[in-house]
Write a protein that binds this ligand. Structure first.
Ligand code: ZN
Length: 148
């Protein structure tokens, strides 16, 4: 099976034209994520107003899946409450790591469902989950995360 068959539309688009790429003005909460298995490095910035993520962005470099996932993540959590963002984290993490049967949920995930194809390639799951772990860490403003 060819990776491109699975990810072409959404993943390729978000890798080529990442959304919310760059820094946002301080004061922000932030965290860094590193996936040594692949070499993906991400820096997530987010601003909380009350408990709402009013802005979120990322910088970094990595494989197509890590960048596309980060782009999709910023779109998904922007404007959401902290609680909703963590619920999305749980759904994506569950979908990617197989800890829940999520196929029924794919339609409800919208564009994020494109990440489901990564499950077929276990070595790439950490590429896709990196930004989500980093976002969670940024919500806690708690520094660096690594997938190892
Ligand atoms: Zn990667």
């Amino acid at each position: 099976m060819d990776l491109r068959d699975l990810y072409r539309d959404v993943i390729v688009d978000h890798n080529r034209s990442p959304r919310n790429f760059g820094r946002i003005d301080p004061p922000v909460q932030q965290a860094e994520g590193f996936n040594p298995l692949c070499g993906d490095k991400l820096h997530i910035y987010l601003r909380l107003e009350g408990n709402v993520i009013s802005d979120v962005s990322f910088e970094g470099s990595g494989c197509a899946i890590s960048v596309a996932s980060a782009s999709l993540m910023t779109e998904a959590v922007k404007g959401k409450t902290e609680t909703d963002a963590l619920a999305i984290f749980d759904r994506i993490h569950g979908m990617l790591t197989g800890s829940r049967e999520a196929d029924d949920d794919l339609a409800a995930l919208g564009k994020l469902a494109a990440l489901a194809g990564v499950r077929e390639f276990p070595t790439r799951v950490k590429c896709a989950t990196l930004c989500w772990h980093t976002m969670k860490s940024a919500l806690a403003d708690s520094g660096t995360v690594t997938t190892e």
